[in-house]
Design a protein around this ligand. Sequence first.
Ligand code: HEM
Length: 297
Amino acid sequence: MNNTLDTASLAPTDTPVGQTPYSAWMHTDVLHSLQTPVSDHPGEHAWIAHVQVSELYWMLIVKELQTAQRQLRENNLGHVYRTLMRVVGHQEVLDANWRSIDWMTPNDLMAILSRAAATYGKDTALQGWTYRHMVYLLGIKQAEHLQHFEPQPARLAQLKQALAEPSLYDELLAYFSRIGMDVPKAVLARDFSAPYVPSQAIEQLWREIYAGPDINLQLQQIGETLADIAEAFSQWKYRHLMATRRTFGTRPAYFGTEGVAWLAPTLDEIPFPELWSARTFIGNPPTGCPHMAKHKS
Ligand code: HEM
């Protein structure tokens, strides 16, 4: 890779007439033509920008997770770590983004949503394919959400493929197997489109990785970064739930059931399950430890 920028030797030929190199590269004219409010509410632009920024960051995370998967297949753990660290940074932007619509009351939301429904029809964010692709890559495989994409055949096909392919966690378990860890064949050859079923065998692998503070440091670092990613995912869900409470109360939502009641149980959907469950045991003295025997007597 060439790290120098020798502008003198560059002969720019692709700058369109009427554009600067910056506007051409960043497509600023296109970007700023993509916000088309449907109401006369002064805050709708903030709502649209908030959602569009979220869309961009979900897609960014999708690309990063796919990169991390490829790097895992190449057994390149150092680069996997750097890629996952970028995901953690992107998640902070998604979290901070909520602040820009915290001003909304139910009056504000209803003024905007009623106009959106009158213009485009009643929508649900479950129709967002970037978020669902990210969730599938994080290993939460729920086929029932595909129903929302029937009117978008290309996106439906993309999501069906993401559902059927290994998640980031599946790729990590395959890597564990390649480096000699005891991953059951049934886990490696599972139907990736089915919901992941946690197992004691994988929990045991995490216990081994964390068997001491000074061993398996690279794998422990990956484990902690995955824990950061899972925690930030849950944090986003919590912020969303509170925004719903704040602007929507207990109104029935898209499915006719109370929105909060639909959302609250999804907070328990935490990626990389055994990385969490193993923590009940990590740090326990090994069975038969003479120190423990002394305390028991
Ligand atoms: C602040 C007002 C909001 C309310 C009242 C609200 C309400 C809801 C409700 C009730 C659901 C459950 C499905 C449904 O019934 O449609 C849902 C799902 C969802 N919403 Fe929102 N939402 C709000 C803002 C947002 C924003 C700003 C975004 C995007 C940046 C967003 C993204 C999502 C996503 C991705 C889901 C699917 C969650 C999952 O699968 O666990 N929501 N929302």
